[in-house]
Design a protein around this ligand. Structure first.
Ligand code: NAD
Ligand code: ZN
Ligand code: ZN
Length: 382
């Protein structure tokens, strides 16, 4: 094995990844750093690519939730030094365009000129190699790398700052949530659980979590939420019955376009939007961190292939609802969420179900994709 290659998780074809030797990343811009990865997570968003439901091309290295130790620095990097422990937002941003300046780093127009989605190895990719590997290159490193306390403490909690903890928080934020309100979260995957946890941290009076996977509903219950199993009966009716007919103040869609029918067998991309419009009170708000795509070659019908979605806009209008959408501006939240972890007020790692070696990634992808054996959130250690 030469010093110029490293082990990485490579996507071969739908439902197949393998560990391969790939070129080790090199500094190519003064603002770059190379990070030796200590923890990298598998994400629900990786599964859209894993299943071949995006434009991803075979041979790419997966991994957009990365943390590790700064190993090499370009001459333009001023805030970091070799040996610093850092975690990176899943979406790469330049830190200097209009959206970055205004705190909306998920919509950086510089690294993302055509406004296709851009992140380290995230859906339509961008030019960056993923971090499910021994090393990862981080561009605009002063902006993108968040410094962490040295040592090994809180490793799993900090790893979740790359995506799901901020994304759950963001889902609650863009719903317009205020302390004391009630929230219904659709989806008890890692993002949904983190949204529910954020709502609790932020002072929600009541939080419902809807899913059909028992282990996931159990996690929701453990943090004080009311689990709703949508495989049993209409989840909207279950929530309204629980509340004596009263709707909730806020709804969060942490499922996205691969939402399924109650038996989990058929995709129904509009089902969550429709449910949220009926379960949220007039003038309440919907936060939609769940992913919707402008084109989905794998979709069942022509409209869905173009990213068109049918939902009751008339009802939405009649109720005066508002809706927040889009990728999470990780940079807007991650240092505060880091500080909540350091202070002992937040411990998001309760959502982590498995920590395995990078070499076991293929098996972990398979099980996580089938949502079996309690695979909720998987951390890989290179
Ligand atoms: N906005 C962002 O920045 C951002 C970041 C990360 C992930 N995401 C997206 O968030 C979504 C959730 O991510 P995740 O990692 O938790 O995914 P996941 O696939 O692990 O979880 C989704 C959950 O939704 C459940 N589900 C399916 N259909 C449902 C329905 N009709 N009603 C209720 N629950 C249903 C599934 O059983 C599953 O547990 C994905 O679409 C992901 O791409 C967005
Ligand atoms: Zn992710
Ligand atoms: Zn930018």
């Amino acid at each position: 094995m030469s010093n110029d290659t490293m082990r990485a998780v490579v996507w071969d074809k739908p439902y197949k990844v393998s560990i391969q030797q790939v070129p080790k990343p090199k500094l190519s811009h003064p603002d770059d750093i190379i990070v030796k990865v200590t923890t990298t997570c598998i994400c629900g968003s990786d599964l859209h690519m894993y299943e071949g439901r995006t434009g991803a091309e075979s041979g790419i290295v997966f991994g957009h939730e990365n943390m590790g130790i700064v190993d090499e620095l370009g001459p333009g990097v001023t805030l970091l030094k070799k040996g610093d422990r850092v975690v990176m937002p899943f979406n790469v941003a330049c830190g200097r365009c209009l959206n970055c300046e205004e705190g909306r780093s998920a919509f950086c127009t510089h690294v993302n000129p055509g406004f296709v989605r851009c992140a380290t190895s995230y859906v339509s990719m961008g030019p960056y190699q993923g971090g499910q590997a021994e090393y990862v290159k981080v561009p605009f490193a002063d902006f993108n790398a968040l410094k962490l306390p040295p040592g090994k403490e809180h490793e799993a909690d900090f790893a979740l700052l790359a995506d799901i903890f901020p994304t759950g928080w963001h889902g609650v934020e863009i719903s317009g949530f205020r302390p004391g309100e009630s929230v219904a979260v659709w989806g008890a995957g890692p993002v949904g659980i983190m949204a529910a946890y954020s709502a609790i941290l932020r002072g929600a009076s009541q939080v419902f979590v809807v899913d059909r996977v028992p282990e996931r509903l159990k996690k929701a219950k453990e943090i004080g939420c009311i689990p709703i199993d949508f495989s049993k009966s209409d989840p909207v009716k279950q929530i309204l019955d629980y509340r004596g007919g009263k709707e909730v103040d806020r709804g969060v869609d942490a499922v996205g376009y691969q939402a399924t029918t109650a038996d989990g067998k058929t995709e129904q991309p509009n089902v969550v939007l429709e449910a949220l419009i009926s379960v949220v009170r007039p003038t309440g708000g919907l936060g939609i961190p769940g992913l919707y795509v402008p084109s989905d070659p794998g979709a069942a019908d022509q409209n869905a292939q173009k990213g068109y979605m049918s939902f009751p806009f008339g009802k939405f209008f009649e109720k005066g609802l508002s809706m927040g959408t889009g990728q999470c501006n990780v940079k807007a939240y991650n240092r505060y969420l880091r500080d909540l972890i350091v202070a002992g007020r937040a411990k998001p790692s309760f959502v982590v179900s498995h920590e395995v070696s990078l070499d076991d990634a293929a098996d972990a992808y398979d099980k996580f994709d089938r949502r079996v054996d309690g695979y909720t959130k998987v951390l890989l250690h290179p």
